[in-house]
Design a protein around this ligand. Structure first.
Ligand SMILES: Cc1cc2nc3c(=O)[nH]c(=O)nc-3n(C[C@H](O)[C@H](O)[C@H](O)COP(=O)(O)OP(=O)(O)OC[C@H]3O[C@@H](n4cnc5c(N)ncnc54)[C@H](O)[C@@H]3O)c2cc1C
Length: 170
C-alpha cells in the first residue's frame, strides 16, 4: 500500500526515525484541500504515545479539512545543511502517513498538552498548567495515528553515522 524508498541505503532505522520525530521542532501537515489543491500547513507538534499530536483552533481551513478527511501526510525536516562545494545538502527528514483525529478523550488531550509544554516550554510547568486550564475549552488536540513512517538521510550523513558507530564499537 505504501511505496518503497527507491534509495533504500538512505532509509533511516526506525529508532533513529523516532529520534528525528522527537527532536525536530516543526513539521508540515498535508491535507486534501478544496478545488483540487492540497493544503500543506506548518505546525509545532510532539511525538508521544506512538502518535503525532498538535494543537489547533476549533475553526479554520485546517480544522475543516481534518474533519472532512483525516487521511494525512506529515513531513519533518530535521537537518538541511547546504554543502555548496559538493552541490548537495546533508539532509535528514521523516515522512508520516496516518489518520488525523480530534482527541475527545480528556485524559489523552491533557497528556498531549503536557507533552507539548514539556517539549516547547521546559522549566515553565506552572505557567503551562495555568494556560492549559485557561484555554481548555477553546483548544483542541489532534492526534495522528501513524500508518506508515520512514526516515531518510543524505548518503554522506549515513556514511558518517555508520563510521562513527563502528569506531565507537572498537
Ligand atoms: C513553525 C510554525 C509552527 C506552528 N504551530 C502551530 C500549531 O502548533 N498549531 C496551530 O494551530 N497552528 C500553528 N502554526 C500556524 C499554522 O501554520 C496555521 O497558520 C494555523 O494553524 C491556522 O491554520 P488554518 O488552516 O486554520 O488557517 P486559515 O486562516 O483558516 O487558513 C486560510 C488560508 O490562510 C493561509 N495561511 C494559513 N496559515 C498560513 C501560514 N502558516 N503561512 C502562510 N499562509 C497561511 C492559507 O492560504 C490558507 O489557505 C504554526 C506555524 C508555524 C510557521
Amino acid at each position: 500500500m505504501f511505496r518503497e524508498m527507491r534509495r533504500a541505503n538512505q532509509l533511516l532505522p526506525m529508532e533513529l526515525t523516532e529520534d528525528v520525530l522527537r527532536r525536530a521542532t516543526a513539521g508540515v501537515l498535508a491535507l486534501e484541500g478544496e478545488n483540487s489543491y492540497p493544503y500543506a500547513v506548518p505546525l509545532s507538534y510532539v511525538y508521544g504515545n506512538g502518535k503525532i499530536y498538535f494543537h489547533s483552533a476549533t475553526s479554520g481551513y485546517k480544522f475543516d479539512l481534518i474533519q472532512a478527511n483525516g487521511m494525512v501526510s506529515f513531513c519533518v525536516i530535521e537537518q538541511d545543511q547546504i554543502v555548496p562545494e559538493e552541490l548537495t545538502t546533508y539532509f535528514r527528514s521523516v515522512i508520516v502517513f496516518g489518520k488525523a483525529k480530534v482527541i475527545r478523550d480528556e485524559q489523552e488531550k491533557r497528556r498531549a498538552l503536557e507533552l507539548l509544554s514539556e517539549k516547547y516550554s521546559p522549566g515553565y510547568e506552572e505557567k503551562s498548567r495555568l494556560s492549559i486550564e485557561r484555554n481548555w475549552d477553546n483548544v483542541c488536540i489532534v492526534g495522528i495515528e501513524i500508518d506508515h513512517v520512514t526516515g531518510k538521510e543524505a548518503r554522506e550523513l549515513a556514511k558518517l553515522r555508520k563510521s562513527s558507530s563502528s569506531s565507537s564499537k572498537q
